[in-house]
Design a protein around this ligand. Structure first.
Ligand code: UT7
Length: 338
């Protein structure tokens, strides 16, 4: 007799987030580079961003966000069997930031690794976590997007320094009742866009030298216009694709949590998808673009503000360096708390 294979339903059972206290406003930036509050607000939607204290690293924020996610999930650190950290700003090249988080949280039963997919990192991580739980390899996975982008920002380059901020968001991924949790997902990449958004030096191809420092190759380089066009195109394309894969229609979406890069990108997607403004979570005016932390911070805020409720159909969309993109549809499951 052949045994019927059964896959688990998988969802997010708790979220948490953390942003540093220090605020850098557009007015502060006016004193640093040739820019204006008006230009930044109208071109990006950003008003201020948070900056991590000099002596701390991404793992500090990750631990803070993860503690809240564990509390919301009503789990103890020992219950976690895998930690995945999505980041482009690890504390160091190695060991992984996930190992530092494992130690900091005392998740003594957890394996740990980092994952890098730039601003799509949280969605890539969710897909990995989903697959592990669905197949029964792991039961409770802690996924964190954490970024100290202020460390890799050239504060003399007005093209980029107005855009980014620091923060961390976390989620616990576990089995949920049937019919809840992940309904569909889609990931993609296009390495041909590798030069549009990158940090060139400090890796094996171009190790740190006096010259790389002089040439400012340890900072984010972005061809904003090209990334903008790609983002607008992809947001619509992947939303339609993932909704179809989930066997739903766009009108079934109760809430959209997009990557927070630029209000004009979000608005363009919202209009093309014909979603009302109150169905889309936007917080980039407060934090700027926090890369892999943007979606989990926005998701946590939306859940805690009760914008996302039990049984809602939630669409997450991200895009970024690589180029990479990802989307996921979930039927939300509230485990009696956040
Ligand atoms: O999360 C990863 C994905 N990243 C993104 O999604 C970012 C996508 N790109 C964008 O959001 C936009 O392209 C930017 C906000 C980066 C730039 O907006 P834009 O409308 O594409 O502006 P632009 O680059 O075409 O620049 C327009 C003008 C230029 O001046 P000229 O050449 O027309 O004289 C820039 O030099 O605005 C100038 N400019 C600024 N002026 C004041 C660029 N940055 C600034 C600034 N303040 N901070």
């Amino acid at each position: 007799m052949t045994q019927k294979r059964s896959f688990k339903s998988v969802g997010i059972i708790g979220t948490g987030s953390y942003v540093p206290e220090k605020v850098l406003t557009n007015l502060d930036l006016e004193k640093m580079v040739e820019t204006s509050d008006e230009w930044i607000r109208t071109r990006t939607g950003i008003k201020e961003r948070r900056i991590l204290d000099k002596e701390k690293g991404s793992s500090y924020m990750a631990i803070k966000a993860a503690e809240k996610a564990l509390e919301a999930a009503k789990l103890e650190p020992e219950d976690i069997d895998l930690i995945i950290v999505a980041t482009v700003t690890p504390d160091m090249m190695f060991p992984s930031t996930a190992c530092l988080v494992q130690e900091g949280l005392k998740c003594k039963n957890a394996a740990a690794f980092d994952l890098e997919a730039a601003c799509s990192g949280f969605l890539y991580g969710l897909t990995v976590a989903y697959s592990f739980v669905r197949s029964g390899v792991y039961s409770n996975i802690l996924l964190i997007g954490t970024e100290a982008l202020s460390r890799i920002t050239d504060w003399t380059d007005r093209n980029t320094c107005v855009l980014f901020g620091d923060g961390a968001g976390a989620a616990v991924i576990s089995e949920v009742p049937e019919g809840r949790g992940v309904l569909g997902l889609d990931l993609g990449a296009d390495g041909e866009g590798k030069n549009l958004l990158k940090l060139a030096a400090g890796g094996s191809l171009m190790p740190a030298t006096e010259e790389t420092i002089r040439n400012k190759q340890h900072y984010i380089h972005m061809e904003g216009n090209e990334v903008f066009k790609f983002a607008v195109r992809k947001m619509e394309e992947i939303s339609l694709k993932v909704v179809e894969k989930s066997k739903l229609e766009i009108c079934d979406i109760d809430y959209l949590v997009p990557h927070q890069a630029n209000i004009r990108i979000i608005e363009s997607a919202r209009k093309k998808l014909r979603l009302d403004e109150d169905k889309v979570y936007v917080n980039l005016e407060n934090y700027g673009n926090m890369s892999s932390a943007s979606i989990p911070v926005a998701l946590d805020e939306a859940v805690r503000k009760n914008k996302i409720k039990d049984n809602d159909v939630v669409l997450l969309i991200g895009f970024g360096g690589g180029l990479t993109w990802g989307a996921m549809v979930l039927r939300w499951y509230s485990k009696g708390g956040f």
